[in-house]
Design a protein around this ligand. Sequence first.
Ligand code: SF4
Length: 318
Amino acid sequence: MGVPLLEVRNLSVNYITMRGVVKALDRVSFDLDENETIAVVGETGSGKSTIAKAIVRVLEENARITGGEVIFEGVDVLKLSEEEFRRNYRWVKVAMVPQGSMNSLNPVLRVVDQMIEPLVLRGVPKVDAIKIAGEALESVGLPKDTLNRYPHQLSGGMKQRVIIAMAIQARPKLVILDEPTSALDVMTQANIMNLLKRLKREFKLSYIFITHDLALASELADKVLVLYAGRVAELGSADLVYTDPKHPYTQGLMTSVPTLREDKKLSFIPGEVPSLINPPSGCRFHPRCPYVMDICRREDPPMIDLKDGRKVACWLYH
Ligand code: SF4
């Protein structure tokens, strides 16, 4: 086995807020190989987007990385200067499709001006940048002349294709997709999922696919990371996590699958996602867990390595 493309090790992130310190991520670890997709699933507020932003180093001003490493092709990118990271990694090797990004296209600029900006900033001559952008549009199924159009002349699905074209135009190895189909109707959503599958094959892409929609994640995922209140609850191959979930939270998520598309709250798991300012002691899931034991309230569950290669943070498997 070679070195993974990406290794996230014990990543911890806090947000400093007026109400206190929000412990958004607590020692999150996972690996990702080339041409592999990991789905990061969990409820709103579980820390999914924080993982994405930490990897591409676009966390908000009030965020602090309090520990851990993000190792891309053997290099801890958190230790690089912003200049070095921007020149060699962000949009070059690692690209991101942020949540709701199709609505962030600038309405007064043509697609071409928005697409070539990151390329020109990196020193690509304008004429070459336009050629690259045109080819990227074609690879996402849009005609080259989309370059000359304004965002208001495009449908939601077309705008999302433009955003995906922007993400892949510099031929990154890793694309982070944060709820990439959430604002789209079901048909367009299916088309975008098919596009993502094709691009993965054609360009040997790796994806981090962030979603609250487990059914959608199952279409792309090779492995699944289940996040609960900033901690990894379960991590393993998609086949195993879907067919035989081990963590009580994952089991609850699986029961909730039909409701997830409509409702970000999980009606089948009673209770709420806890406050991350004062998270519950011990296992953060204990106030909602049907199997809670005394030790769960007192002590953090260790990460257990199961024989099938899975990791589960739960006292039941200790
Ligand atoms: Fe439930 Fe305890 Fe396992 Fe947490 S550690 S998921 S409370 S059984």
